[in-house]
Design a protein around this ligand. Sequence first.
Ligand SMILES: [Zn+2]
Length: 151
Amino acid sequence: MIVFNLGCENSHCFEGWFASNEDFEQQLGRKLVTCPLCGNAGVVRLPHASHIRTGGKDRERAPSATSTEAASQQYANVGSEILARLVEHIVENTEDVGSAFPEEARKIHYHELPDRRIRGTASREEVAALKDEGIEVVALPIPAHRLGKAH
Ligand SMILES: [Zn+2]
């Protein structure tokens, strides 16, 4: 399982999860890799390696939101096994802030709180408002049994 930082023609940055470099090249070649924010298929790999690492300094300011509704279609090009592992990884590497997500995401964006990766729930309207403010939010199909789980 490897992570690439990807960008679309609309200057969105997001992460792509692939079984291998070959898998990535193959999916890219077949235009199966699309931007989760706008659906653009003109995706390119950005030069930086994954920022997801345990204990490392994290420049990323893209909190993850969970919205099971939009997600199933969004990740239709990802195998269910890979998707399950992706969700597992994100659940383990983000802090669950629940319904406080929009507020927390804003505070992080405006540097009122230190950078960290969070997940939580937000309504469609809240997600739209966050995006309007330039806060990148990614919807994930996190299964109900993994939501709100205390560590
Ligand atoms: Zn995009």
